[in-house]
Design a protein around this ligand. Structure first.
Ligand SMILES: Cc1cc2nc3c(=O)[nH]c(=O)nc-3n(C[C@H](O)[C@H](O)[C@H](O)COP(=O)(O)OP(=O)(O)OC[C@H]3O[C@@H](n4cnc5c(N)ncnc54)[C@H](O)[C@@H]3O)c2cc1C
Length: 491
């Protein structure tokens, strides 16, 4: 078989958030970069993401009168991580996020539009960019193309890391059918292949206790853990792999043959969730991964039903391209989902609904009655879990619907361990020469920057940032530049 040999200074595997940031950073030093992406287009999961970034102390916050600082963000971050966050990496990201993420993205044309407050944050600091994750990726991909230092290989999957004289020395591309093999040789390789939450086998390997239950895949199509296998072959050490951010408000995609993928939905403010006994188990307004996910996973079995009435679905949104047309929501397709999905039941009365979802009828009816009574009494919060009732309404508009919820694996908070230069460490915590990792394959940065849960916006932000760090230091190892330095914002 013929082998085509190509030579670059740095090879980057993966054209998502971390990969494109790494290529830009390495390219800026004068290094010749090869970027390999298995999909036909660049962008990765990042391009279908919300694009929200956690950044403290920004001009946008200041313009809204929000006082924030790296110290406050660090405290929130560490609390949210429940003792498992990598404090050094968290501090590194937080201190650099204003200059080396927020302003850096602006320098490529990104516009920050609004702020959102998420569970665990003392102040709103989730910054939404124009056109979400796609807006961020289009800006950076445009920047990378104008820079001209990177050769982009799309539709090309890396199936092996080359080991040359005991160091990572390049990659082998999976040959196309009957085609020749291509090897890209380089002095440093950056793995930026994303997570593994679109590979149920890997999710269940990391969380074997969930094997008896239905769990759904919920990341981008490229997040199948291929890069984890490549790194493992060269001896990289993986850590905190059980820390997966599961979403609660997701129902199976019935249009997909095995319904193994889930659809995340939002915009139903007044709904309640009941377990298979028909009991509520959580304040549904706190739907984030830090508190809602453990609450769902404590149920037996760990699934639930979202109960809604016909008026509550008016603003429902489904986070999947099939249910949108650009910025427009396809209401017809949402109606189709509500009518046709076998995971969604409908009934003219609450009693009949309870029978259809096979929960205990008296328990279920008592829950709804208590909830409705709290609303009739004009209480600020319902008494069971303290859910604020301001935006809620009574269950009084039949037909009633029950949407079945299963845990959806969304983000990997654990991954390969790296040092502060993003060099991949082996089981003795020694760097593997020439090998770097950034983004979700490295638990977003360093191995476990978030810990057991994240504040939101703490995935794509650290993925860009660690991509930049890896790009700078990989280029340095290849003989270019000074390594990543950046600029700190002190509290
Ligand atoms: C729907 C959704 C919404 C999200 N919203 C947010 C949000 O608002 N804020 C936030 O912080 N996080 C969010 N996230 C998480 C965030 O998008 C990811 O954590 C982030 O994109 C990870 O970046 P990455 O570069 O590591 O991986 P990716 O962006 O997934 O890129 C990895 C790339 O590597 C490619 N690849 C994989 N294996 C190979 C191979 N062997 N050869 C060549 N190429 C390969 C893949 O095809 C992919 O393009 C969201 C995730 C999802 C699924």
């Amino acid at each position: 078989m013929t082998v085509e040999l190509l030579q670059y200074d740095v090879t980057v595997i993966g054209g998502g958030a971390a990969g494109v940031a790494a290529a830009l950073e390495a390219g800026a030093t004068g290094a010749k970069v090869a970027l390999v992406e298995r999909a036909d287009d660049l962008g990765g999961t990042a391009a279908i993401s919300g694009g929200g970034c956690c950044v403290p102390g920004t001009p946008l916050q200041e313009s809204r009168g929000i006082q924030d600082s790296p110290d406050l963000a660090f405290d929130d971050w560490i609390k949210c991580g429940q003792g498992a966050a990598d404090e050094q990496w968290a501090r590194y990201y937080i201190d650099h996020a204003l200059h080396d993420l927020y302003f850096w993205l602006e320098s490529y044309g990104v516009k920050w539009l609004e702020l959102q407050s998420n569970e665990g944050n003392s102040v709103p600091r989730w910054h939404r960019p124009a056109n979400n994750g796609l807006g961020l990726m289009n800006a950076l991909i445009g920047g990378m193309k104008s820079q001209g230092a990177t050769r982009i290989f799309t539709g090309a999957s890396v199936d092996k890391l080359l080991s040359v004289d005991g160091r990572a020395g390049g990659v082998r591309l999976k040959p196309a059918d009957g085609g020749r093999t291509t090897e890209i040789r380089s002095k440093a390789v950056i793995v930026a292949t994303g997570g593994f939450n679109s590979n149920l086998d890997m999710v269940l390997q990391a969380r074997p206790e969930l094997k008896p239950f239905k769990i759904m895949e919920g990341s981008g199509p490229g997040a199948t853990g291929l890069g984890h296998g490549l790194i493992r072959e060269l001896g990289g050490f993986f850590t905190h792999m059980e820390n997966i951010s599961f979403y609660v408000y997701a129902t199976p995609d019935y249009l997909q043959t095995q319904a193994s993928r889930g659809l995340v939905f939002r915009g139903i403010t007044g709904y309640i969730w009941v377990n298979q006994e028909g009991r509520r188990f959580h304040d549904e307004s706190r739907s984030g991964a830090p508190s809602a996910t453990p609450a769902l996973l404590r149920q037996t079995p760990p699934h639930a039903w979202a109960i809604v009435d016909s008026r509550m679905t008016a603003n429902m949104q489904v986070a999947d391209p099939y249910y949108r047309e650009g910025d427009k929501i396809r209401r017809d397709r949402i109606e189709e989902l509500l009518e046709r999905s076998p995971y969604i039941r409908s009934a003219p009365t609450l009693e009949e609904l309870a029978r259809k979802i096979e929960v205990d009828v008296p328990t279920f009816l008592a829950e709804i009655e208590q909830y409705n009574r709290a609303l009739e009494a004009g209480l600020a919060c319902e008494p069971r879990f303290g859910k604020p009732l301001k935006a809620c309404k009574k269950f009084d508009a039949p037909p009633y619907l029950a949407i079945q919820l299963f845990p959806l694996a969304r983000k990997n908070l654990g991954g390969v361990k790296t040092d502060m230069h993003c060099r991949v460490l082996d089981k003795h915590f020694e760097p593997i020469p020439g090998l770097y990792a950034a983004g979700e394959v490295a638990g977003m940065a360093g191995g476990h920057i978030n810990g057991k849960a994240g504040l939101e916006g703490t995935m794509i932000g650290p993925s860009f940032f660690s991509g930049r760090v890896a790009g700078g230091w990989a280029a340095h190892e290849a003989g270019f530049g000074t390594g990543f330095i950046g600029k700190i914002r002190k509290s």
